[in-house]
Design a protein around this ligand. Structure first.
Ligand SMILES: CC/C=C\C/C=C\C/C=C\C/C=C\CCC(=O)SCCNC(=O)CCNC(=O)[C@H](O)C(C)(C)COP(=O)(O)OP(=O)(O)OC[C@H]1O[C@@H](n2cnc3c(N)ncnc32)[C@H](O)[C@@H]1OP(=O)(O)O
Ligand SMILES: Cc1cc2nc3c(=O)[nH]c(=O)nc-3n(C[C@H](O)[C@H](O)[C@H](O)COP(=O)(O)OP(=O)(O)OC[C@H]3O[C@@H](n4cnc5c(N)ncnc54)[C@H](O)[C@@H]3O)c2cc1C
Length: 669
């Protein structure tokens, strides 16, 4: 302890020695089970030890080279999966650790789930085995040039022709061109295409269809199909490994049985039949993927935090008055107050992601049994958590870059690429604002039902306690009182409920519900965020109720949970004060407690990021190296840049030399 506080520990081995808990046990808490630690570790090492999966020069490749490299890695990964007879769990992890966005993400992440979720048993029997063997490659073609968020506004048509028992898929306008689907541009042979179903002259709205795009012999586009890549995207390397595509149909015919018919069918005669299920199940693939994106948020955030914590323990600046050692930047209170809430958030998102996976599985089981009652909550939770965790993670990666000073801006830090790959998560699978408005709509409905005596359940159950929560006052008296989970939960519940009720009351004053909702939408966003943050805090507390084994592990998690909650309270102090949930004095006490908690995390910080168990290959950061040997690595990395291949740069003879040797002088000189 003294060594850390005194700034004498200048390498990561010393940092690890100061930890007050069993890191291996924390690895189990983080991964979910001992089995999960073992399989993660094995797959990460398998990837790290394979030269085909190297990624250290990735940011120096041209777009074409990068794309070819992605095809090579995907094919090699598949070869290893088959050769080693990996299980589905192992194969998913192997792909995760390859860590290069590519068509396989959409093939496994959306195309297969769409067929499984929306196809009949017969359709699944036909298509899923082909997809599982990679005899076909699929993508998810929903978004168009003119519409992404407004799914009901899509323009592509699929018109049934009873004469031939086929659908005619067509892009009637430029804006109906499919635009964005990952894997579509160059790799996919098939797509699940979302189009307006028209039969017997009537438009029945959006439905999914399996459409073959390219020849299985030579990969050329099939007749009537125009397709390609939509062009370079944000950042060098990064998401440019993905072939997001454009696709147009010119009266392309597909057999009737390629309409995904689990939810609704078109008969041989062209009659439209809708099963007895909610129409929203059409959006089921998006709900599934949003749930996986929450788990991905904790991965991305923990990577960035791991880099920033390790480097902050190595980096020293100032602090030496008499020629003594300088201070590790991790010892600066400002560095701690910026970094430790992000560390806590990584753990919080990990646990809420675990819970969301459980919720999703539970809802799916209920749907199988034709119980659709929990669907709205599943939608609100996946949409809200996707939105809050991805926005916070994107901001946090950028904050970690700044926390690493100048070196964080180098590609070799790993942070610019991580940010560029991650930031579209705020947009894809539902723009974060659009999704929060869905949560707000759900909250307004729940509030309006309170008057009728309907008891809310699940994550809105707290709203049933309206009499108390609308008028309660926090009893916190000392900074230490903020360590009581009940005190924290109460103010988070009161804040979320009061914000929702305020919005509902203001909406009711508007000429119409719709106008009120539109006018109040900025407030509704904040109300939705408050509700989602309550969910994350609550699930962290619930995690602490579980059987957590290992010396000191629970204590560390308790600290992180309190940091997460009190940091939010501090950040959104305006909400808590304006709704009268706490007093300014109580706000100040929360901040005081936060400072104490940071001091407790400090000696454990490096061990807490070690518990993520990331290989140096996966982190791909000279700043985040496990051994902390940062400077030689930074120095060596610079010499790998193509610009350093020659001492004299290309262009010297044409452009630099003439300039330096010029005879022309400005007349005024
Ligand atoms: C590298 C990672 C590896 C693996 C993982 C793999 C893949 C993921 C990784 C990367 C992702 C890469 C690419 C992303 C792919 C995409 O982006 S696909 C395209 C995604 N597009 C969207 O998300 C569009 C967003 N828009 C919508 O979801 C909807 O259109 C809308 C909800 C915003 C609005 O729809 P409307 O039909 O107009 O709805 P409404 O009138 O507002 O609501 C009607 C009622 O339906 C309820 N509802 C809406 N959505 C759902 C849903 N999903 N589930 C259940 N219920 C839903 C809504 O609440 C309303 O209910 P009421 O009771 O109030 O009537
Ligand atoms: C990297 C990447 C990969 C993608 N992959 C796929 C894929 O594989 N398949 C696929 O089908 N699609 C894919 N998409 C498309 C993606 O799903 C859409 O871009 C996303 O759903 C957002 O829709 P939009 O582009 O229409 O945004 P818009 O809705 O046009 O958003 C523009 C702005 O308008 C605001 N806005 C929109 N509606 C409202 C409203 N009702 N109230 C208030 N504000 C509003 C938004 O907040 C935003 O600020 C991908 C996108 C990206 C960036």
């Amino acid at each position: 302890m003294a060594a850390v506080d005194g700034g004498e520990v200048d390498h990561l081995a010393g940092e690890r020695a100061t930890a007050h808990f069993d890191v291996d046990a924390m690895k189990v808490a983080w991964a979910g089970s001992r089995h999960a630690v073992e399989v993660n570790d094995r797959m990460a090492r398998l990837v790290a030890s394979d030269p085909v999966f190297r990624k250290d020069t990735r940011t120096m490749l041209s777009r074409k080279e990068l794309f070819k490299d992605t095809l090579k890695k995907a094919a090699h990964a598949w070869k290893r999966i088959v050769e080693l007879r990996l299980t589905e769990e192992e194969a998913n992890l192997l792909r995760l650790y390859v860590d290069q966005p590519g068509y396989v993400d959409l093939h496994w992440g959306m195309f297969v789930p769409a067929i499984k979720g929306q196809g009949t048993e017969e359709q699944q029997k036909k298509w899923v085995p082909m997809a599982y063997k990679f005899q076909i490659i699929g993508c998810y073609a929903q978004t168009e040039l003119g519409h992404g968020s407004n799914v009901q506004g899509l323009e592509t048509t699929a018109t049934f022709d009873p004469n031939t028992d086929e659908f005619v898929v067509h892009s009637p306008t430029l804006t109906s061109s499919k635009w964005w689907p990952g894997g579509l541009g160059k790799a996919s042979t098939h797509a699940v295409v979302y189009a307006r179903l028209i039969t017997q002259g009537k438009d029945y709205g959006i439905h999914g269809f399996i459409v073959q795009l390219r020849s299985l012999d030579d990969h050329s586009p099939l007749p009537g199909i125009t397709l390609g890549d939509i062009g370079g995207k944000f950042g060098s390397g990064a998401y440019n490994s993905m072939d997001n595509g454009v696709l147009r149909f010119d009266h392309v015919r597909i057999p009737r049985d390629q309409m995904l018919m689990r939810l609704s069918q078109v008969t041989r005669e062209g009659k439209y039949v809708h099963s007895d299920v909610p129409k929203q199940l059409l959006y089921g693939t998006m709900v599934y993927v949003r749930q996986t994106i929450v788990a991905d948020a904790s991965k991305a955030l923990s990577r960035a935090v791991c880099i920033a914590v390790r480097y902050s323990a190595i980096r020293k600046q100032f602090g030496s008055q008499a020629g003594g050692p300088e201070t590790q930047v991790l010892n600066y209170k400002t560095q701690q107050s910026r970094l430790f809430p992000l560390l806590a958030s990584a753990y919080a998102y990990r646990f809420v992601g675990e819970w969301l996976k459980w919720l999703y599985t539970d809802v799916m089981q209920k749907l199988e049994a034709k119980d659709y009652s929990t669907l709205p909550e599943a939608h609100a939770c996946t949409a809200g958590l996707k939105s809050v965790t991805t926005s916070a993670t994107a901001d946090a990666i950028e904050e970690c870059r700044k926390l690493c000073g100048g070196h964080g801006y180098l590609n070799s830090s790993g942070l610019p690429e991580l940010f560029a790959v991650y930031v579209p998560a705020c947009t894809y699978e539902g723009d974060n604002v659009v999704l929060l408005l869905q949560v707000a709509r759900f909250l307004m409905k729940t509030v309006s039902q309170l008057a009728s005596g309907k008891q809310p359940v699940g994550t809105t159950a707290y709203m049933g306690n309206i009499q108390y929560l609308m008028q309660c006052k926090s009893a916190v008296n000392t900074a230490g009182d903020w360590l009581n989970p009940a005190a924290i939960k109460e103010v988070f519940e009161a804040r979320a409920l009061r914000m929702a009720v305020n919005c509902a009351q203001n909406i009711s004053k508007a000429p119409s519900q719709e106008e009120g909702f539109s006018e109040l939408s900025p407030d509704l966003l904040e109300s939705a965020v408050a509700h989602v943050q309550l969910i994350i805090v609550t699930k962290f507390f619930e995690k602490l109720q579980q059987d957590i084994i290992g010396h000191g592990v629970k204590e560390q998690l308790q600290n992180l949970c309190n940091i997460y909650a009190l940091f939010l309270l501090h950040k959104h102090l305006g909400d808590f004060l304006s709704t009268g949930c706490i007093t300014p004095k109580q706000g100040a006490l929360a901040n005081e407690q936060l400072g104490r908690l940071y001091a407790q995390v400090r000696p454990n910080a490096v061990a807490l990021v070690d518990a993520f168990d990331y290989t140096d290959h996966y982190l791909s950061s000279v700043l985040g190296r496990y051994d902390g040997d940062v400077y030689p690595a930074l120095y060596a990395e610079a010499w790998k840049d193509p610009l350093n291949e020659t001492v004299i740069p290309d262009g010297y003879q044409e452009h630099l030399r003439p300039l330096l040797k010029q005879q022309l002088k400005f007349s005024r000189l």
